[in-house]
Design a protein around this ligand. Structure first.
Ligand code: HAM
Length: 435
């Protein structure tokens, strides 16, 4: 049996160079959008006090109940590997007195997150998110803008078959009232629902709407809808968000069962999913829905109030980088690998090696990418590598050339060779590559 410690931990894959190009592409699109829409980058630490997530995400959420990587420090503190980015941003906002900055404060981030999830398609234990957060603004236009940015980023990554699922889950005024209505409806059907729903009904009733069990689907689909029980403010807010989306011609589906797994949400919640997976009308494929959301977010007007007395309405989103990459690959998206080096430097003997190292620096300053294989000694095997790299020119610096102050320039296609003065070679290559 393979030794366990020679494997990366389950759900924590290496990101090999062939995938880095996708990461770079996503980061570059995210950076572009962030710059254009006025978001400033922030990096919070990978570890935070456990309490931040317990208070922020909610003790009855799946994340806090069973998915956090928590450790005790030597000093006895409890720290947790961040499972998400919104609670840390809210913490940073307060810690750095950002309520005194011009509002709204617009921040974005990109980095690794950790959840001890059951191993299944679309779920890693270490994964990457980009996120956008707008703090200090309650206008529904911000909800629409965050959704717009999320959608346009996926579009810029050439994902076409996607749609927005959207719902409103009300506020601290109207939600408790709806929870009662939902509880009454479910309690009257208690013998027909799964044990998980029974448990949720007690602890976190809205989450019954997230149930993926076959036997609960019909009951869920016929359950009272929260949008029919919103207070006037939430109703108007939601109406305006939808009007903005119409104005922007963004495709969306009202998903009355969308409640999201984090407790801090108020009013608007949304996800962007690949189309064609779930069939909401018939409830087919719903069991896979939470695994396929490429991005998810919503408004969290009460989160900061949980940490301080400040009233800071906020809205944000996070996108799952690995899931987006998987979708890009499924769409047949391939990125051109960056052009490799155009020059290869082959060397022989000690003096040749020493002079090559110096020459390398000169090429680096001239911004000409040169490859080498210092580990190999035979010119023949080095030229083989040059051939494989498909460089235009190989430079050969043997013992004789090193002593003469010359270097051989070989044109790889024709095999033609000429001797050039060592001091002139960077200029000669520059001219030939028309730099
Ligand atoms: P979330 O829905 O938990 O929301 O995660 C956002 C996205 O991260 C998901 O749509 C998914 O693409 C990706 N994701 C989540 N868990 C995993 C996993 N185990 N493996 C791979 N990808 C995953 C949040 O995290 C909120 N903080 C979003 C937010 C920002 N709300 C307001 N502001």
């Amino acid at each position: 049996m393979a030794k366990r410690f020679l494997q990366s931990p389950p759900g924590m894959p290496d990101i090999l160079s062939r995938d880095q190009i996708f990461f770079d592409k996503i980061l570059s699109v995210v950076n572009d959008f962030a710059g254009f829409y006025g978001f400033r980058k922030i990096e919070t630490p990978i570890l935070e006090y456990t309490e931040l997530f317990e208070k922020g995400i909610g003790v009855s959420s799946d994340i806090v109940e069973k998915e956090m990587y928590t450790l005790r420090t030597r000093g006895g503190d409890s720290l947790t590997l961040r499972p998400e980015g919104t609670a840390p941003i809210a913490r940073a906002y307060l810690q750095h007195g950002m309520q005194n900055f011009p509002q709204p404060v617009k921040l974005y981030y990109f980095g690794p997150f950790f959840r001890h999830e059951r191993q299944q398609e679309g779920r890693c234990r270490q994964f990457h998110q980009f996120g956008f957060e707008v703090l200090g603004e309650q206008s529904p236009a911000i909800d629409a803008q965050v959704i717009q940015i999320s959608y346009r980023i996926l579009e810029a990554l050439k994902l076409k078959k996607i749609t927005i699922l959207i719902n409103s889950i009300g506020c601290s005024l109207c939600r408790p009232y709806f929870k009662k209505i939902l509880k009454n409806y479910y309690n009257a059907r208690k013998n027909q629902i799964c044990p998980d729903c029974k448990r949720r009904l007690k602890k976190n009733p809205l989450r019954v709407l997230d149930c993926k069990e076959e036997k609960c689907q019909r009951i869920k689909n016929q359950a009272p809808k929260i949008v029919d029980h919103l207070c006037d403010e939430c109703k108007n807010h939601f109406k305006e968000v939808l009007e903005f989306l119409d104005e922007l011609r963004l495709p969306y589906i009202l998903d009355y069962c969308l409640v999201r797994g984090l407790d801090y949400y108020t009013k608007t919640v949304f996800e962007i999913v690949p189309l064609a997976t779930p069939d909401f009308k018939n409830g087919i494929g719903l069991e896979t829905r939470s695994q396929v959301a490429l991005v998810g977010g919503g408004r969290y007007d009460d989160l900061i109030k949980l940490f301080s007395r400040e009233d800071v309405p906020a809205m944000g989103v996070a996108g799952g980088v690995e899931r987006i990459i998987k979708e890009m690959k499924a769409d047949g998206k391939v990125f051109q690998q960056a052009r490799g080096p155009l020059v290869f430097l082959a060397q022989l003997g000690d003096l040749g090696k020493r002079k090559s190292l110096k020459l390398f620096e000169d090429f680096q300053r001239a911004k000409i990418w040169v490859a080498e294989s210092f580990g190999r000694d035979s010119i023949k095997s080095q030229l083989k590598i040059a051939d494989r790299l498909r460089v235009k020119y190989a430079l050969i610096l043997g013992q004789k050339e090193a002593l003469d102050g010359t270097i051989i320039l070989r044109e790889m296609d024709s095999g033609r060779q000429e001797i050039i003065k060592f001091d002139k070679i960077v200029d000669v290559i520059k001219k030939r590559l028309k730099k």
